[in-house]
Design a protein around this ligand. Structure first.
Ligand SMILES: NC(=O)C1=CN([C@@H]2O[C@H](COP(=O)(O)OP(=O)(O)OC[C@H]3O[C@@H](n4cnc5c(N)ncnc54)[C@H](O)[C@@H]3O)[C@@H](O)[C@H]2O)[C@@H](O)CC1
Ligand SMILES: Nc1ncnc2c1ncn2[C@@H]1O[C@H](COP(=O)(O)OP(=O)(O)O)[C@@H](O)[C@H]1O
Ligand SMILES: [K+]
Length: 512
């Protein structure tokens, strides 16, 4: 299990441009960086060509430095006796700076991209646009990209994108008119937000991040707060049971159940909280659901609690240091009151996870919820999916073409004062202090009823063990995905819970 597939920091395109600039100012010539980028690109390309026994390469080169990388790789591949052609989107005399120097080093076939022919080509290098893409592709570029995608689908030949598939916005992950569908993408120094956020993520294919001589220290002045969600981010904060500990030192999570016909969701959360390591888990159940809950649970305790008053009575026990509320709760005024009770300021730092109906119940008055989340005594994690996010954070959700999921989640964290875990295949966790993580792997098997309830429980279990709220939410997302990856096809929500021990074994480095 790799601790992280990439270095942890994720950059915007502006931050990447700054890292380039600082490196060049520190004395490394830009052409050297471009040469290293071309070497990394040629290496990935050669690996694919050897695997597929391909020999004929077409490099599509654009007007900027991304095109420059393409020229360097073309030269290196030709030197290895591959049959290489370059097709340029602009007349080469329009190139400037390092890109012009790289193009001057190309001594082979050069055609206008609009006239290029994909027939007989084994692999295409997409070096049209990289992180300098500033607007939607114009029509000729869109036509070229669409032709390339069609050729790839029909022939099943490979496309390798330089830095980012052309047409994907490197910061938001949005598609600017049209975008290349790549089999592999080679980026440099650090991944960009647009590589990990949808829909850009689906265009990258296999993503690798190459070292080209930019030093990590260039990031020191930038205060990067966006991270790949991987064990490196939170492993040192992961709770471990202590030899001299007991169940109360591992925390006590309280999960709030819905009424008699909606109990399954909260039971999934409760069992997941236990598997995530909470020492004790209690299910607070309406009286009419007590029997069904009690008969379906063994390790989880069940206590009667009717409405907000009943919940307040159960929560009078300070040892219950994390609450999970929302799955199967029902949308109602009483649910709002139960959420407010869960977040009531206390002398001690009780944490809370709000999901599903705990969020939707505040749809008509989100500010009422923000008042409660802002006043809460401990970390609060909200876990909306896209629908719940749109309902609750309509103000943060505007300008979707310009503002990424990451930006919107950060705004939501700022207005609510809570940690926002915005679900989806590209789950973002954003904290009010500006930290954010993006999950870099996804398992489509998670798209199954109840998997969100399990995630809520995992977050609650980690919070009960007093893990930092942002790290607990990020870790929960990773464990949830990892369990789904390990289990694979056929997964239902219960299987995520059953697979958590394997995930723990991996994290603690114990052979299974
Ligand atoms: N600056 C550096 O030191 C390094 C940069 N590298 C490469 O340089 C790339 C960034 O280079 P650039 O900043 O030159 O940017 P790009 O090469 O991504 O594209 C910028 C060029 O495209 C034009 N352009 C932008 N959007 C357009 C659109 N929609 N339609 C038509 N033209 C458009 C711009 O006017 C500019 O001429 C990276 O992606 C990477 O591949 C690498 O060589 C590593 C080192
Ligand atoms: N296609 C997908 N790929 C990866 N993860 C997904 C996908 N679809 C859903 N998920 C994840 O599955 C979970 C579903 O949660 P949610 O929508 O609340 O479902 P439910 O309410 O049924 O539990 C979330 O963690 C979400 O990120
Ligand atoms: K590209």
């Amino acid at each position: 299990m790799p601790l992280s597939p990439f270095p942890l920091e994720i950059l915007t395109t502006d931050q990447m441009a700054r890292a380039d600039r600082l490196t060049i100012e520190s004395g490394v010539p830009g052409i050297e960086l471009m040469e290293s980028a071309g070497v990394a690109l040629a290496r990935v390309t050669t690996r694919i060509l050897q695997r597929t026994s391909g020999r004929r390469v077409l490099a599509l080169c654009g007007p900027g430095n991304n095109g420059g990388d393409g020229y360097v790789a073309a030269r290196l591949l030709k030197a290895q006796r591959y049959k290489v052609k370059v097709a340029s989107l602009v007349p080469p005399d329009q190139l400037r700076g390092d890109a012009a120097r790289a193009a001057a080093g190309w001594a082979g076939t050069l055609l206008p991209a609009q006239e290029c022919d994909f027939d007989g080509v084994d692999l295409v290098i997409d070096a049209l646009f990289g992180t300098g893409l500033a607007r939607d592709l114009d029509l000729p570029a869109q036509t070229l990209v669409n032709r390339l995608n069609q050729w790839r689908r029909e022939t099943k030949q490979s496309v390798v994108s330089v830095d980012i598939p052309s047409g994907v916005d490197g910061t938001t992950g949005a598609i600017r008119g049209a975008a290349v569908e790549a089999d592999e993408t080679v980026t440099f120094f650090r991944v960009k937000t647009g590589h990990l956020l949808l829909p850009g993520r689906t265009r990258c294919g296999q993503l690798t991040c190459a070292h080209i001589g930019i030093r990590s220290t260039t990031l020191e002045s930038m205060q990067v707060k966006t991270f790949v969600n991987a064990p490196d981010l939170w492993l040192s904060a992961l709770p471990r049971p202590k030899v001299d500990g007991h169940k109360y030192t591992r925390g006590h999570a309280l999960v709030v159940s819905g009424g008699a016909s909606f109990t399954g969701a909260a039971r999934l959360s409760a069992s997941a909280a236990l598997r995530a390591g909470a020492g004790l888990v209690t299910l607070a159940s309406p009286s009419d659901a007590l029997l069904v809950n009690a008969s379906a649970l063994t390790s989880v305790m069940v206590r009667p609690a009717d409405g907000a008053g009943g919940l307040a009575a159960v929560l009078a026990d300070e040892r219950k240091n994390a609450v999970a509320i929302g799955p199967g709760l029902g949308v109602s005024e009483e649910s709002c009151r139960q959420v407010e009770v869960s977040l009531t300021p206390q002398a001690y730092r009780r944490a809370a996870v709000l999901d599903a109906d705990a969020l939707t119940s505040f749809e008509s008055d989100p500010f009422r919820l923000w008042r409660a989340t802002r006043a809460a005594p401990g970390p609060v994690v909200m876990t909306p999916h896209a629908g719940e996010f749109a309902r609750l954070f309509s103000e943060c959700n505007s300008d979707r073409a310009l503002r990424s999921k990451l930006d919107r989640a950060r705004d939501a964290a700022r207005v609510s004062g809570a940690i926002v875990l915005y679900k989806g295949p590209d789950t973002v966790v954003a904290a009010p202090d500006g930290r954010a993580s993006i999950q870099a792997t996804a398992s489509p098997w998670l798209a199954t009823a109840g998997s969100g309830d399990v995630l809520t429980g995992i977050v609650a279990g980690l919070l009960a063990q007093r893990m930092d709220g942002f790290l607990a939410a990020s870790c929960a997302v990773w464990m949830h995905t990892r369990a789904a990856e390990l289990f694979g096809p056929g997964l239902i929500a219960d299987d995520i819970i059953a697979t958590l021990p394997r995930v723990w074994r991996e994290l603690f480095g114990v052979a299974s």
